[in-house]
Design a protein around this ligand. Structure first.
Ligand code: HEC
Length: 123
């Protein structure tokens, strides 16, 4: 017979394992997602709503040279999802930080969107 005390102990262990497994899945999927844009439509919407004001068609209305065209992105080392995400998260100069406005996933997606748009010269 299983005593109530044992049952409680087993249940606690079970819940602990379940929590750990969940955390593991959550962190792993986050890493997996980080390499690719999951939803291009949403990324385009995020860009229109948050970035197009200064970066319409991949331009930069404030600092013209720091636009989102491939040449400029390469020149300033902004030709990776990691670096763009970092910039978008923390902001720089007049460009605002988005860490409190967009989710991590939205920032990754919009960064991937910038790179893919740059590849086709925003056309
Ligand atoms: C208020 C205007 C403004 C908004 C809104 C804005 N940016 Fe910027 N962005 C700038 C400015 C100014 C710079 C140049 C920063 C610097 O280096 O001083 C810049 C730089 C960049 C760069 C680097 C370009 C290069 O050639 O080095 C990227 C990439 C970028 N922004 C992406 C975004 C994305 C994505 C969003 C939306 C989430 C966004 N920006 C929203 C003003 C803005």
């Amino acid at each position: 017979m299983i005593s109530l005390k044992n049952l409680k102990k087993n249940l606690t262990a079970f819940l602990l394992i379940l929590t750990l497994a969940f955390v593991e899945i959550a962190t792993n999927s986050q890493i997996a997602i980080a390499d690719t844009a999951t939803n291009p439509a949403t990324a385009a919407e995020v860009f229109t709503a948050n970035c197009a004001g200064c970066h319409i068609n991949g331009s930069n209305i404030i600092r013209r040279g720091k636009n989102l065209k491939q040449k400029a992105l390469k020149k300033y080392g902004m030709d990776s999802i990691a670096n763009i995400s970092n910039l978008v998260t923390n902001g720089k100069g007049i460009m605002p930080a988005y860490k409190n406005r967009l989710s991590e996933q939205q920032i990754i997606d919009v960064s991937a969107y910038v790179l893919s748009q740059a590849e086709t010269d925003w056309k």
